[in-house]
Structure formats: C-alpha cells, structure tokens
Design a binder for this molecule. Sequence first.
Ligand code: OSB
Ligand code: MG
Length: 368
Amino acid sequence: MRPSRIELREIRLPLREIFEISSGARQNRRVLLLRVESEGAVGWGECVAAEDPGYSYETTETAWHVLTDFLLPPLVGHEMGGPEEILEPVSWVRGHQMARAGIEMAIWDLHAKLLGMPLWEFLGGRGDPVEVGVSVGLQPDDDTLARKVEEYLTQGYARVKIKIKPGRDVAMLSRLRDRFPQTPLMADANSAYTLDDLPLLKELDDLGLMMIEQPLGHEDLLEHSRLQSELKTPICLDESIRSVGDARLALELDSTRVVNIKPGRVGGHASSRAIHDLCREQGIPVWCGGMLESGVGRAHNLALATLPGFSLPGDISASRRYWKEDIVSPEFELEDGRMPLPQDPGIGVEPNLDRIEALTYRVETFGG
Ligand code: OSB
Ligand code: MG
C-alpha cells in the first residue's frame, strides 16, 4: 500500500457546552482531520492536540507544523507493508505523539478498508458492544453536578468520571457519594495536586472511588509511586504515559495500577496495542480515554477498546454528549448502556463531507 494523496484539514467544532478541567476550560474545538487515499480507498484520522498546551505540550498549531513540515511529505508515495511500518520514514522525529497518531490512525483505517475488514477486527478485538462511561467537567455548583450525573446514569453510562481541582474535591465528592452510594465513580485531577496534598488525597481514598486519575504532575512518576504506596484506591495515569517506555517505567515503579490509553496521546494504534499487551501481561487493567474527539477519533477509540485487556468502561461517550451534530454518519449512540460496533470496513462510519467543508478553517494537501 502506497498513499497517493494526504490531506490535512482544520475544522472548528463548538462543543455543546463548556468542558472545564483543572487546567482550564474548552468550548471551541479546533480539530485536525487527516484523509489518506490509496488505490481508491480513503482512510481517516484525527489529531487530538488541543488549542492550548494545558494537557500536553502539543497544540493544534504545533501539530499542524510538525505534520505539514515533517511527518506528511515523506509518506506520500512511500510503500508500506502494514500499518506497524507506516511511520518508519519519519521515525527520526522525536515526540509529537499526537501529530503522529493523527496520520498513523488514518493509515490503519485505510489498511482495514483495503482488506474489507472492520478496524476493530483488524486490530484483533472482539465484536461485542463496548461498555462505556462518561467524563463530567467541573460544574458551577454541587447541585448542577448531581443533576448531570443523574442524567448520564439515566442514559445508561456504566461509570462516571468527575473532574476535580483544589477547592472542588473532597467535600464535593463526598456529597456526590452520599447521593449515589452504589455508582461506579472515579475522579480525574489532571495533575492539579502535589505530594504536599497527601492529607487531602487520603481523604479521597475513603470515598470508594474506582480509581484516581493523574493526581500529580505529568512528569512525576516517582511521586505517583510514593502516593500509591499511601493509598488503597488505584492510581490511573493519563498524561504521564506517552509511550510504551513510559508505561514500562510506571509499572516497574508501581506508580499506576490502571492505565488510561488514549491512542491520540501515545502515537496511535500500534503504540496503544503495545501498552495494552504490556499491561495485560502484568495483570494491569486498561481503559480507553478520550480527548473530546469528533466522530472520526471516537470511531478509532471504540475500535481499540474491543481489545481484551480493555476491561473497564472508557470515556467513549455518545456523539450528543459533545456535539449538537457530529461530523460522521451514523452518530454514536448508546444501546442498552453499551456502544454498538460499526460493521462496515475500517472505522465503519462515514464522514459527512458537506458538513466538514462548511466547518473548514484551512486545508493543506500532499501528492495527488
Ligand atoms: O483528562 O481525560 C482527560 C478531555 C480533554 C482533555 C483531557 C481529558 C478529557 C476528558 C474527556 O476527560 C474525555 C472524553 O469524553 O473525551
Ligand atoms: Mg485524564
């Protein structure tokens, strides 16, 4: 397989409502879409870099730069044996896993389509509907939060993740726990704490949370290991794991007992699968996180989450949790609390080209 034409496009897609985490709020997503052609088939990918460097050093602008100046030009016309080999010509590029993942995942979709196989099957997953959860941003007050949680539970989500930050943590979560004594709840701090907050983090430990996601700094593997030794609640790393090497180190140090795998954060499907395999060997459960993706990225996440080690519900929510209207057909919807798998080849959903065109801010093409 040889990509004959690659298109990179930025679209602007407003979230239905503001999404706030400890490092800041998002409302207007700048989404980078990748479209790759070969032998009459078309593969789609999405780069999850955000508007600002509050989650990762990568941003929409750095990803645009790295993709257009370094990653995409050498791939046009390059003969590839299989999707594991696709980034070989650009293996010298350091970091920028989000930029890398955008094109890598588009090529996985393309390969699966050329084989006439759904992406989940091509990745080695099972065909059953996937149990999913929802991530709830910081809310103006506890009542609004409780109302949101109630709504999502009614819609069938299997677990609810609550964003926390200093001042919106122990009291807020213990009130929520009182209202929802049996609900599988977890908290995500997006690196808002340090080891100086140990007494507070120990109070969170008594709330029966499934896990606490990324409580400490994005580079603080040693500190997470110290914290884990003080807590019974499992720590789940997100920001800290950008490669299989990071995962190996974190597991060796006992810095994490669950791993949030976001293919868009770790360089794509091959890297995600390697992290999945490593965790599985060591009996560490994984789940698929999200980055407020459009339907294109969501389709990739869902396909990945069919691998057997994804034993916990992921942040793969329905299209309408994010958008008034998604950019793919059909949109993603829960059925009996699960996300059914598309059965068509590749990602199995069709990007809506007219709508994408209308939302486009800029396009650059290579080859063709
Ligand atoms: O930390 O998991 C996170 C969204 C943007 C940036 C970071 C995170 C998130 C989410 C939302 O929690 C997950 C989703 O539903 O896409
Ligand atoms: Mg997170």
